[in-house]
Write a protein of this length. Sequence first.
Length: 135
Amino acid sequence: MRKKRSRKGYFSRIRINLRLIAIILATVVVGFAGLREAGQKYLLDKERAVLEKEASEFEERNKALEKEIVYLQDPMNLETEVRRRLHLKKPWEHVIFFTKSNATSTEEVLEKNGAEGEDASLLSNPQRWLNYFFP
């Protein structure tokens, strides 16, 4: 004879499986929320590190400016800096500026000093120096 299956046992197994699925689903949801929080914490820590670095750079710049203020309190240093930065002069002084308008390139010098038939860029560096000093 066949045993009759109890409907009660079948539904109790389904309820246990549904509970297990619900627990797994809740664990996954909580896990994703935790991962999202960890990602946000990582981004905040990274931003905080960047801001701390900027703050330390500003503090260093501030200290340098304070030193410059102390340096410029001396009238002699102030006069030196005004002359250097603003190109000012006293009435009896004459200022001469040198420009690089007549400067020639290295290749032109090498061509003039002995690399007539050869391409100057193909010569080795010691050969260039020899041609420069001993044309």
